[in-house]
Write a protein that binds this ligand. Sequence first.
Ligand code: GLC
Length: 516
Amino acid sequence: MPVQADGQWWQHAVFYQVYVRSFADSDGDGIGDLDGIRSRLGYLELLGVDALWLTPFFTSPMADHGYDVADPRDVDPVFGDLAKFDLLVAEAHERGIRVTIDLVPNHTSDQHPWFVAAVEAGPGSPERDRYWFRPGAYPPNNWTSIFGGPAWSQLPDGDWYLHLFAPEQPDLNWANPEVAADLERTLRFWLDRGVDGFRIDVAHGMAKPESLPDMDPSVREGSGLLHDNAVDPRFDNDGVHEVHRMIRKVLDGYPDTMAVGEIWVKGDDRFARYLRPDELHLGFNFRLVDADFDADAVRLAIESSMHAAADSTPTWTLSNHDVVRHVTRYGDGDLGLRRARAMTLVEFALPGALYIYNGEELGLPTVELPEWALQDPMWKRSGHTKRGRDGSRIPVPWEGTEPPYGFSTTANTWLPMPLEWAPLTVEAQLEDEDSTLSLYRHAIELRKTHPAFAGTEVEWYGAPAGCFAFRRRGGGLICALNTSPAPVPVPPGEVLLASEPLVDGQLPPDAAVWLV
Ligand code: GLC
């Protein structure tokens, strides 16, 4: 059924993150593209997702695989063109799937015309005021880049410029009004083409203190992409909220649209500030990503997320293109997969919005790639001390028994695909009732149609050590998780779905169950 008008759709939506490079390749260059996504919309409809989040497909030299944007209002030829984007949106809407896209307001590419002009115009020029340029014999302060090394690079004319990520990603100066005006143009450009919303990259990043104070060196030590910042002058400055208010104002003029922010901040109260009624609709928090497979840790993550979103809508996610996939985080081989399946039921039982990362519905692990294959700037910039994120970005296996498994027509895919993925393809799992793909399909179907999922509050039951059970107040769904080494009795009720078969009526270790 085509997309229906609904101002609140995002409050309970199942979003599906498409890492565009790795989803489906239509033209045989080994890199995924927009036509590839369009050719797989039938699969996404079958899976039952409500909306897509497409990672950046804009014009880019790809120093950070698209998160370095040279033209935010055009499509990179590697991925297609604007006409192909329009077709994708139209067909997705026809199938009842909304389309949201990435927005990268913290920085541009060093090939963006603004930065090229700034380099050319020289020190003290108005062109340099759109970024953070400073003169001096030394870097202006001790800030480090999230990808490793100093956050400042020097031009031959002596000026330093700020980049919280790679040197090819100069940070914009949001105190310059042209920067906000340009983002507004970008928002309207895509909204007028029919997009349903945006995912805002580094939503805690844009504003910086004019005085550029040093960071606390102890923060420098632990800083990585996933750092839950303590006092860190690089992030979560109050000025950032003005940016979100501007974005919201624009979105409010387009019915049924939304924005979700990537927000890494310290503490629930700081987080909640991004979700005030005139700011973002949703915020990714990474508490479930950070939690071990342990009932107490998971419960704490859930309670804290719900507390942070008490006046808004919680948003759940277990994996994305920046982190180790949850199958791999939870343990080796079958153990990791069992636990991942259990956590899927926990996540899908919760009220709010949730995000699936492409391939997690197939139980894909993070792969340890050979060093020659690695491309992530994080790997390069860290002096090869961190493995980077490529292992979680391997192309999706669709069908067949060997690479590229229907992803492309060339086996020379941008990241190599493992030889042992034949049992993980969509084709291999689609008709298998016990597959992870079938578990996702059933879970999404129930979540969308079963009355037990009504209501926005949960209440917790007493449970044996290493276990928890909560109930959706309202609909009455019960979800129980067992992270202990022994089977446990389940709460009374009829089984709706289980991540593993119950044994003599008991919930086995590393499993979860839904009851009504
Ligand atoms: C976000 C993206 C990540 C990117 C970074 C810089 O954290 O998720 O992939 O490298 O921003 O844009």
